[in-house]
Design a protein around this ligand. Structure first.
Ligand code: VGL
Ligand code: ZN
Length: 194
């Protein structure tokens, strides 16, 4: 199955490829860094709208264990851990969307509390290709919100990795996305429009 990218109506959303979500980081996703070369190829595929989301928390964010949340502190705004991974090709990223930026709001989805939907609409985007970290949290939430925003959604299976807090979480996330008519594709099957 080959999917042809039309740069006028397709956008690439790169979810949370930040140091803290990669091996060595504060909330490392197992093998999270393996998505980076795949994503770099997608970024360079054609001249399309490319957006990178980032988790961008205050130091006392409600999702952190000290505040009663479930996560260790991670992606604190302006810290090294919140930086995009250095291997990610930033030069190809046209827009950066920060999320979960206030203490009391959690946001797994790049659409939640951001202007991402308006950004895509203003560019006439009809289909979003979603990749990044983590499959069972922010990738899933972003893909489902993109569907709710009436976009077609393609998730690139070999350009995502999950946290898998409980065994089966990633498989469940894939099932949920499929149930919302998210298309799952491999990066090798995504080609530029001739
Ligand atoms: C994420 C856990 C906490 C993610 C963000 O980007 O998937 N996961 N914050
Ligand atoms: Zn977070």
């Amino acid at each position: 199955m080959s999917i042809r990218v039309d740069s006028r109506t397709d956008a690439l959303i790169v979810v949370d490829v930040q140091r803290d979500f990669c091996p060595g980081g504060a909330l490392a996703v197992p093998r999270g860094d393996e998505v980076i070369p795949v994503i770099n190829r997608l970024l360079a595929l054609t001249d399309w709208l490319t957006v990178a989301t980032r988790d961008w928390h205050p130091a006392d964010h409600c999702s952190f264990t000290a505040q009663g949340g479930v996560w260790p502190p991670h992606c604190v705004a302006e810290t090294d851990g919140a930086d995009f991974h250095p291997a990610l090709d930033r030069s190809r990223i046209r827009h950066v969307v920060s999320k979960a930026v206030t203490r009391d709001a959690e946001a797994y989805s790049g659409f939640q509390g951001t202007d991402l939907a308006a950004l895509l609409a203003s560019h006439g985007i009809r289909r979003a290709f979603v990749c990044g970290l983590a499959t069972d949290y922010c990738v899933k939430a972003t893909a489902l919100d993109a569907r709710r925003a009436r976009l077609e959604v393609v998730v690139i299976e070999d350009a995502i990795r999950g946290v898998e807090v409980n065994p089966g979480d990633c498989a469940k996330a894939m099932d949920e996305m499929r149930a919302f008519a998210v298309v799952l594709a491999r990066s090798a099957d995504v080609t530029p429009r001739p």
